[in-house]
Design a protein around this ligand. Structure first.
Ligand SMILES: [Zn+2]
Ligand SMILES: [Zn+2]
Length: 267
């Protein structure tokens, strides 16, 4: 140990300061030299070892310097994290060097070169999902997706039931409005679509997305057809009732406008 005298310790610290200044000025060579001398003067200089580790490109050296820091200060968080990264890179390089093929975690018979960029597991092209930040496995995509868009089947069914009932009421209103003047449907239909979507939102709170949109639009169409069948039953012929609404172009105009509004609201 060459670090007993306070003088050499002081000089070593001075060299570290100069080394850091050189590194900041962009003179990496000079910085390396100064810091090496700092560790030669005082082997217990933690800062000097840490800076040497950040300035070397050699993975083995980096590891040795970081281990030196941790030997002197086992609680050094920064060095521990940096060493962890070095070990991970070593592992990745070793894997590439051995050329050991990767196999999909879900389909062990499929060889692949892809890895999930969140959990790191190998995955085949079928299992890979395009994500805004890269390719990920299905589980990670599911885990990071907002629960608002995860609608269980029973809630989709509930949305369908609610929108069918609301849609039947809406279709009745649309039919009466069309009886006054069909042009009014341009103003009334979006309002009805919004009301159907509001009913769905109340039945399935804090949920949105494609399945709910499809269920709601289906409900609006079914509501109209159910209404037609209902009228038909009163008149003695359900089929004729169904046809009378199914062939009414104004009512389909209502359906399109209402569906557009409801879809936008549940997006
Ligand atoms: Zn993953
Ligand atoms: Zn797979």
């Amino acid at each position: 140990m060459a670090s007993e005298s306070p003088d050499t310790r002081h000089m070593s610290q001075q060299l570290v300061r100069e080394g850091i200044a050189a590194a900041r000025a962009g003179d990496v060579e000079a910085a390396r030299r100064l810091l090496r001398r700092a560790t030669e003067l005082d082997e217990t200089n933690v800062d000097a070892w840490l800076w040497r580790s950040t300035l070397t490109d050699n993975l083995a050296d980096k590891k040795a310097y970081l281990e030196q820091v941790l030997a002197l200060d086992p609680e050094h968080e920064e060095a521990r994290a940096a060493l962890q990264k070095v070990l991970e890179r070593e592992g990745a390089l070793a894997e590439r060097a051995t050329g050991a093929p990767l196999y999909c975690t879900v389909h062990p018979e499929r060889e692949t070169v892809l890895r999930c960029n969140r959990c790191g597991r190998p995955m085949c092209t079928e299992c890979a999902v395009r994500h805004p930040v890269g390719l990920r496995c299905r589980e990670c995509v599911r885990a990071t997706r907002s629960p608002v868009y995860d609608v269980p089947l029973h809630q989709v069914a509930l949305a369908l039931a609610v929108s069918t009932v609301a849609g039947a009421v809406g279709a009745l209103v649309a039919m009466m409005v069309a009886g006054i003047f069909w042009f009014l449907l341009f103003f009334v239909s979006p309002a009805i679509g919004g009301a159907v979507a509001a009913a769905v939102e109340r039945a399935v709170p804090r949920k949105r997305g494609r399945p709910l949109q499809v269920a709601t639009v289906t409900g609006i169409v079914l509501g109209l057809l159910v209404l037609g069948v209902g009228f038909g039953l009163v008149g003695g012929s359900p089929v004729r009732g169904l046809l009378s609404v199914a062939l009414n172009i104004f009512l389909w105009m209502y359906v399109v406008l209402a569906a557009a509004t409801a879809t936008a609201r549940l997006r």
